[in-house]
Ligand binder design. Structure first.
Ligand code: GAR
Length: 208
């Protein structure tokens, strides 16, 4: 059984997609052990509560400095003996020690087709604003392993979504979530939970 910790910051619709996929048997051999938010007001915490999942807020604002916050986060994650950490709309910079320690055991969902519209400053609605500014016809979402860079780790799954004339950032965000994020995040977790994901030379091979 893959023990998962989910890090969130906001609405938690990706968390919900994971919860629903586990309940529906679309993710097997996995359980969410803890949900951690840096933001006390994150609706994702309410979703965890409603689904009987342990949850906690660990906010940098409650610690004297970044080092103390990093240690608290790392300690909490260690306590749950996790096999996989899932960043589901997590907007905090992770402690470098965490990334070192959990190599190829942290995954992130990004709301664009990496390597487009990613890297420093590209998060949330801002990604969709930039997509619309550039006028690309296809966007999408990417699930990838997290390494020391920003959105640079091995890509696990991607799904394309059409951009339509007249889209607002909000409308596009909703389409990307519905048609891509809420599908590929659970799929990626299911693949990992069932031993189907192998990283070879910085690239992901999905085993038959
Ligand atoms: C999602 O669109 C996710 O892809 C994005 O934040 C949103 C969180 O929504 N993540 C990033 O931009 C990471 N760079 P949610 O809280 O409803 O799952």
């Amino acid at each position: 059984m893959l023990r998962i910790g989910v890090l969130v910051s906001g609405g938690g619709t990706n968390l919900q997609a994971i919860i629903d996929a586990i309940a529906a048997g679309k993710i097997t051999n996995a359980s969410i052990e803890i949900v951690i938010s840096n933001n006390p007001g994150a609706y994702a915490l309410t979703r965890a509560e409603q689904n009987g999942i342990e949850h906690i807020c660990i906010s940098p604002k409650n610690y004297a400095d970044r080092g103390a916050f990093n240690r608290a986060l790392l300690e909490k994650l260690e306590e749950y003996k996790l096999d996989l950490i899932v960043l589901a709309g997590c907007m905090v910079v992770l402690p470098p020690e965490l990334i070192d320690k959990y190599q190829n055991r942290i995954i992130n969902i990004h709301p664009a087709l990496i390597p487009s519209f990613c890297g420093k400053g590209y998060y949330g609605l801002h990604v969709h604003e930039e997509v619309l500014k550039r006028g690309v016809k296809l966007t999408g979402a990417t699930v990838h392993f997290v390494d020391a860079g920003t959105d640079t780790g091995p890509i696990i799954l991607q799904k394309a979504v059409e951009v339509q004339w007249g889209d607002s950032p909000e409308i596009l965000q909703k389409r990307v979530m519905e048609q891509a994020e809420w599908q590929i995040m659970p799929q990626a977790i299911n693949l990992i939970a069932n031993g189907k994901v192998e990283v070879i030379d910085g690239k992901v091979k999905i085993k038959e």
